[in-house]
Design a protein around this ligand. Structure first.
Ligand code: GLC
Length: 527
């Protein structure tokens, strides 16, 4: 599919969770100026673009995914002028910028929701959200919040409103033309400020069955039969947005955050005239197992190739257990339903690190684009002993689980927490050896592995967009593929070392080879 232009087809996009990235003003919270100061680091790392988690004015009930004003910056992060300067600085450094668009819900402090509350039942203001009378004392239906509990909250006047996430995140009604028009305008607001695209939060959630039926004890699969996940009508919204963004010259992109049951449904989001790319959560959630990974890789490439869209490869983000920790556990896959059960369960961090190194070389060798979640390039692990009093994730109070363990601030330098970083959550003392400063120049470090792999990606025409061919006689438990011209990647997930084939020189490896063999849980690039 290399004939279709588009920088996103092979871009490596670095996810910046601003609150935890870098703190320029020393108030304990990462900020926009902190990102600006660290742009040389990101440029040296070798990524192509940044995706910034929400930076809008927000009460921060859900880390900024509760937006009170889509056209202003939260004061804890900086100012709108500072955001514009950051966009300009990024472009100056050759980095593109994606911002996070949160269209499924607003904050309960957004002007629209406040107006809706005071305007009362039956008003046009309430029609922008989902307000309904209850069923006696019970909520209007049985829908559940993703953070636990009912998806409905009752106001003193008796009406209930829908929130698929926290009560402070009321869902917008995308059947309402005012909502459509407002988001067209928000897109243009940021496009006019030079952003290169948007990450669409909860892209599979915007369309609801307006009859709001019960889901029942056995929910239908996500898709047209489900009353609020992945309904077919959502695609009309994306075709509309595509027209908006295309008017800006065709080099801006959308990436969908859509958690679906089936990659063929995901492919529908990236059909021509809809969104450009989507996060590959099947890859992220896949256990560390050669057959399972190969199946996901094949299904991904087949499903996305059919619609002409590039694949993306994602190992971690701000919502999931960091992959160094996942891969160090007995159960190496990820599922939201398991996170509470596995929280704090035994983890072999050395094993997790070996596998994370191998996974980095795998994901950066596969056809398409890739995401790097801040801190994975430093080998950070999930922090699972945070003081309860400091946990901010709304899913802690509602469901007894937290995503804050992957949001612990980055360690930059020095020997004492907060290691030159933000201090809103405490870092483990052991991160002293993981600071960017300490790893820089150490050829065995995770940081230098990422730098090398990213620089090779730029150099080698075989990498990025394109296809792959599996080696037919690969040993069981070994992922072994070629990409033309002249590139081969092997990942050893078997239980013994494998001979590295002759006929190419080793250009990167996640662990030292031992007598020409690739150790278990290691990857090598040949070129
Ligand atoms: C997405 C975000 C997550 C947020 C949720 C509600 O899944 O990634 O962090 O809590 O949407 O906006």
């Amino acid at each position: 599919m290399t004939d279709v232009a588009g920088w996103w087809r092979d871009a490596v996009i670095y996810q910046v969770y601003i609150r935890s990235f870098a703190d320029a003003d020393g108030d304990g919270i990462g900020d926009i100026d902190g990102v600006r100061l660290r742009l040389p680091y990101l440029r040296a790392l070798g990524v192509d673009a940044l995706w910034l988690n929400p930076w809008y004015r927000s009460p921060m009930v859900d880390g900024g995914y509760d937006v009170a004003d889509y056209r202003d910056i939260d004061p804890s992060f900086g100012t709108l002028a500072g955001a514009e300067e950051l966009i300009a600085d990024c472009h100056h450094h050759g980095l593109r910028v994606l911002v996070d668009l949160v269209p499924n819900h607003t904050s309960d402090q957004h002007a629209w929701f406040r107006e809706a509350v005071s305007a009362g039942p039956g008003s046009a203001e309430r029609a922008r959200y989902w307000f309904r009378p209850g069923r006696g004392d019970a909520p209007p239906n049985d829908w559940r919040s993703s953070f636990g509990g009912s998806a409905w909250t009752q106001l003193p006047d008796g009406e209930w409103y829908l929130h698929l996430f926290a009560p402070e995140q009321p869902d917008l009604n995308w059947d309402n033309p005012e909502v459509l028009a407002e988001f067209d305008s928000i897109l243009r607001f940021w496009l006019d400020r030079g952003v290169d695209g948007f990450r669409i939060d909860v892209a599979h959630g915007l369309a609801k069955d307006a009859s709001l039926p019960d889901i029942g004890a056995e929910p239908p699969p996500r898709g047209s039969a489900h009353p609020h996940w992945d309904r077919d009508e959502v695609h009309e919204i994306y075709r509309r947005w595509r027209r908006v963004i295309d008017a800006y010259g065709g080099d801006r992109e959308f990436v969908a955050e859509a958690w679906l049951d089936d990659i063929s449904r995901l492919a529908r989001y990236v059909r021509p005239h809809e969104l450009h790319t989507a996060f590959n959560f099947d890859f992220l959630t896949c256990p560390w197992d050669a057959a399972a990974l190969r199946a996901v890789i094949d299904k991904t490439l087949t499903a996305l190739h059919a619609v002409g869209a590039p694949a993306t490869w994602v190992l971690s983000n701000h919502d999931v257990v960091r992959h160094r920790t996942r891969y160090g556990r007995a159960e190496t896959g990820f599922a939201f339903a398991d996170r509470r059960r596995l929280y704090g369960s035994p983890v072999d961090l050395a094993l997790g690190e070996r596998r994370a190194r191998a996974a980095a070389l795998l994901s950066l060798a596969l056809p398409g684009g890739a995401y790097v979640y801040q801190g994975e390039e430093l080998g950070l692990w999930e922090v699972e002993d945070l003081p309860v009093s400091l946990i901010r994730d709304p899913s802690w109070a509602r469901a007894g689980e937290t995503r804050d363990g992957c949001r612990v601030p980055l360690p930059w330098s020095g020997t004492e927490p907060p290691f030159g970083g933000a201090a809103w959550l405490p870092q483990p003392r052991e991160w002293e050896v993981l600071t960017a400063e300490r790893q820089t120049g150490d050829p065995d470090s995770m940081l230098e592995l990422y730098r090398r792999a990213l620089s090779l990606r730029k150099e080698l025409p075989a990498l990025g967009d394109g296809g792959l061919v599996w080696e037919p006689d690969a040993r069981r438990g070994v992922l072994d593929f070629r990409r033309e011209p002249g590139f081969r990647c092997l990942v050893n997930l078997s239980d013994s070392p494998v001979v590295v084939p002759s006929g190419g020189s080793v250009i990167a490896s996640s662990a030292p080879l031992t007598s020409g063999r690739l150790p278990v849980d290691a990857a090598v690039w040949l070129g």
